[in-house]
Design a protein around this ligand. Structure first.
Ligand SMILES: C[S@@+](CC[C@H](N)C(=O)[O-])C[C@H]1O[C@@H](n2cnc3c(N)ncnc32)[C@H](O)[C@@H]1O
Length: 369
């Protein structure tokens, strides 16, 4: 029997040391991510950006929190390299801090492709579902999407929103010239956006194509409520329509020029039924576009960072949400191209083309009815 610690080779010891270091760094990362969440939820970053260099007392007064907490948070943020010390003071009481210039966009600019702060909003939802997740692992069931809560939903929405508003109408859809032409033409084109979440992809398409009408469908009622609010604020709500519905039962067959599903097929309990429905929704000559995670073609360990990122979501969220309703296929976040091709073929599509769109995290598939 090998006794832990007594019979390790040099290589084993190096491996042990590397994991110790990695877990220590992971602990720092989790703590700092949650401190960023605190800074965002209490409006601390926004206040620093608005007011400029501030002491703990000034920041506390600006946002209405207790000074002792403001001071500790600022010290922690400075030690973590997120804010900068502007002027020192001997006892720290009048030390001033400012947001590092390169960090404001990442933390505050909702429209920027660099707005990564919403990743921190997912953590409380992931933590809150852990008891249900453990039960699902033991029993094989699922964890409903709604259990992850409002902040988790917002996390996804705010992370994807800048991509939709900046790239969907200017890069992704123009990669299908026939679709791009149809969306600009008369009679006004109709688009069905399946698993539309809080509606930003639908709004982006209606914005990019001023004649098109977009119907968004999602199973999650609170997402559809937010989508309607977002549409009303967008000023183009008259061309947007949202319904809380299972994708497999959404829309009029044969009536859409384009049917889309952004980062959603891998979350579905029955992706083949949804893809079958998407195929029947398109009018003759219409197109089906799927954007989903750009994972590797095949499993390999160790994996690269995209693979690690996607498996992380899968074991904590996407796999359990895909195991809620029968047939509960449970695809998980790591939906490799071969899996999507298989689903598409089972759904009756004649072919799948990968579109030449540059993107770090997503791959774009055009499915041929
Ligand atoms: C990761 S979110 C993506 C949302 C949105 N497309 C985006 O990119 O921001 C996945 C969405 O799929 C929806 N969904 C999952 N299964 C569904 C189904 N059978 N019918 C409709 N929507 C579904 C969920 O409610 C959730 O809003």
């Amino acid at each position: 029997m090998r006794v832990t610690g007594s019979a390790l080779t040099k290589q084993d010891e190096e491996q042990r040391g590397a994991l110790v270091e990695r877990i220590f760094h992971g602990g720092i990362a989790v703590l700092e991510m949650l401190s960023i969440y605190v800074g965002d939820r209490l409006g601390l970053y926004r206040a620093l950006s608005r007011v400029g260099p501030s002491t703990g007392g000034e920041l506390a007064r600006a946002v209405g929190i207790h000074e002792r907490y403001a001071r500790e948070w600022l010290e922690q943020q400075a030690v973590a390299g997120i804010v900068e010390v502007v002027t020192e003071s001997a006892d720290g009481a009048t030390r001033t801090y400012a947001l590092a210039p390169g960090h404001a966009e990442v933390l505050l600019d909702r429209d920027s492709l660099n707005y990564l702060l919403p990743v921190t909003w997912a953590i409380p939802g992931l933590a809150a579902t852990l008891p249900a997740l453990l039960a699902a692992y033991r029993g094989g069931g699922g964890v409903p999407y709604s259990d992850y809560g409002a902040e988790f939903r917002s996390s996804i929405a705010l992370l994807n929103r800048p991509m939709f508003l900046n790239q969907l109408g200017s890069e992704w859809l123009p990669a299908m010239p026939d679709v791009d032409r149809r969306l600009r033409a008369d009679p006004p084109a109709r688009v069905a956006d399946i698993g539309c979440g809080t509606g930003w992809s639908s709004i982006a398409m209606a914005r990019a194509y001023p004649k098109a009408r977009v119907d968004g469908f999602d199973l999650d009622e609170p997402s559809i409520t937010s989508a309607r609010e977002n549409a009303a604020e967008s000023g183009i709500g008259d061309r947007l329509h949202f319904e809380a519905r299972d994708a497999a039962a959404s829309g009029q067959p044969g009536s859409y020029d384009l049917v889309t599903a952004f980062e959603t097929i891998h979350d579905m309990s029955d992706p083949v039924a949804v893809l079958t429905k998407m195929r029947t929704l398109v009018a003759p000559g219409g197109a089906v576009l799927i954007a989903d995670e750009k994972v590797a073609e095949a499993f390999a360990a160790p994996g690269d960072e995209v693979e690690r990122f996607m498996y992380g979501w899968s074991v904590l969220h996407c796999l359990p949400v895909g195991r809620v309703d029968p047939p509960a296929l449970g695809t998980g976040t790591v939906m490799r191209p071969a899996i999507l091709r298989r689903y598409a073929s089972q759904a009756g599509f004649s072919g799948v083309e990968i579109l030449p769109i540059q993107h770090d995290l997503w791959r774009f598939y055009r499915l041929r009815p």
